[in-house]
Design a protein around this ligand. Sequence first.
Ligand SMILES: [Zn+2]
Length: 256
Amino acid sequence: MEIFLYVVIFIIGIFFGSFFTLAVYRIPRKEDIFIKHSYCPNCNHKLGFFDLFPVFSYILLRGKCRYCNNKIRPRYLILELLSGFTFLAIAISLKLDIQNINSIINIMFTLLYISILFIIAGIDYENKKIQKNVIYFGFMLELIYIIYQCTLGNINVYQYVIYLIYFIAILIMSTLSLKLKAEEKYYIQVLYLALYIIIFFGSISFILSVLLTLIIIFIYQLLSNKKDTKLPIGFYLCVSNIIVIIVSNILINFLI
Ligand SMILES: [Zn+2]
């Protein structure tokens, strides 16, 4: 029974992964992500029902578009699988308990939280841009989660007052930043992302993520020849945070 459940979560993760690649492609282009039909980016042909199954359709069509034979980048396949494995790792590390409704709701919110990180990371990696409306959507989800936690009675309200002040401070900064250069605006977006992470997982998890980000950037700079002046900090931060969440949950659950 449990194994069946984990397989289902893995498959859900793959489908979400397919949605992430779509969102990462369309959101910066201001295209609709829910209603508009999927299409091949090369020949613009509408995709049929059976082309929409992630991973499986990729393997069946041997990585080519059914209509124009154009090669589909294997990146899509890798991202979908990665998303599946991440969902699985989260469910395992949080010890999914089907009989416990709180456990299910917690994992659901965590997966939604991670989904936002995936989309932010993808857009930042491709466009060196942190999409503000995606983060705002994430804040909305967090607000629902906080209200849910309030009804359970396990919440420290003062903590959230501080977060609110922090949020207003960034908001003011970004309103005053109209004259700033694009690069400086980018750092303000990073502050939003930081707040998004802190609200959900607390400052310790955030600090660990920042440390991991610095390590990854340091190693990347050592290994790569071309010195990138503009790094997708948001991308590294999201990836680090996902790793920190999974590893720390495993440590908490299985070692203590
Ligand atoms: Zn095509």
